[in-house]
Design a protein around this ligand. Sequence first.
Ligand code: UDP
Ligand code: MG
Length: 235
Amino acid sequence: MELSLVVPAYNERENLAPLLAEIDSALTGRSYEVIVVDDGSTDGTLETLKTLRQTHPQLRVIAFERNAGQTAAFAAGFRSARAPIVITLDADLQNDPADIPLLVDTLQRTGATAVAGYRATRRDTPWKRLQSRIANGVRNRLNGEVIRDTGCSLKAFRTDAARALPLFGGMHRFLPTLIKMQGGTVTEVAVGHRPRRHGATKYGMWNRVWRSLIDAFAVRWMQRRALRYRVREEY
Ligand code: UDP
Ligand code: MG
């Protein structure tokens, strides 16, 4: 198997069937699994997934008992991935599965540890884009980073590296920085972005700006305290 797609889904019932159809057409000829992590949905997401499994053998489901957050969903997906490359993407169809081959090809061509998509043209409200711009700027400042768009879920990782990441709540916004902290390399590529058609955003200003500011300090602490040693000799 070549690819494991990890898709966190919290109340995304109406998006799942079109998402799977788009993934299938984007990845024809490739061998892959789609791990949808139902993050404690209450809208019938799990029932929809059970039905979809009957027609999509590549679909795997991890259902949380209750909502645990996007980072927890990614962590569960990384743990369960069976392919050497994992692709993360949102369930809400805002990421375009047609971009996945570009991510995979870039990962292979550059030899990078991870490839992070950045949304060249954001299809969100001006208010949300402003929050993201502030949050990205502050994070980059605090973490000595130049990542264009850490809020874009569409990314490719070498599975071993993804599994080794130190994950805590909120860390899904810092995955490229954590990869670099572990000695890995990250390449960025422009990807598409689409408006959300079904369901609602799960984040408001508290999460996008304030909580992520606190999290940026946590990452800063980790960067400073990261263990860096080289063994000269060992017997
Ligand atoms: N999500 C999740 N658990 C949460 C919040 C969000 O699994 O507690 C999922 C959500 O269903 C979506 C993705 O994470 O697939 C991104 O969330 P959303 O689209 O609401 O974020 P936005 O695009 O508004 O930043
Ligand atoms: Mg979204």
